[in-house]
Design a protein around this ligand. Structure first.
Ligand SMILES: [Zn+2]
Length: 98
């Protein structure tokens, strides 16, 4: 059986993870990139932490906990338009409340 390649995975812990979070929040001007809230912010991984461990600024986005939860429940879809400029596009399936 072939093992899933682990090269390229980056999973930070402790202070390093806190530093990443602060860097991402700073890049996103400490605002939820979807709704603009400045409170209850969390780190959203574009590629999920559990599947591919990529803790980098290019894989992480600032989302408030509400938008993060909506994304987990597939009531919100977020994708990168441009990773360099951190431009995103998002959509909500019909019938979901913003
Ligand atoms: Zn939000």
């Amino acid at each position: 059986m072939l093992a899933f390649p682990k090269q390229g995975r980056i999973k930070l812990k402790g202070q390093a993870y806190t530093n990443l979070k602060q860097r991402v929040f700073a890049l996103d001007r400490a605002r939820c990139r979807v709704c603009g809230r400045t409170e209850n912010l969390s780190l959203h991984h574009m590629v999920k932490r559990s599947t591919l461990r990529i803790d980098t600024v290019h894989n992480c986005l600032t989302l408030c906990i509400l938008c993060n939860q909506a994304e987990k429940e597939r009531k919100l879809f977020v994708k990168w338009v441009d990773v360099q400029t951190r431009t995103i596009a998002f959509s909500r399936p019909l019938g979901t409340v913003p």
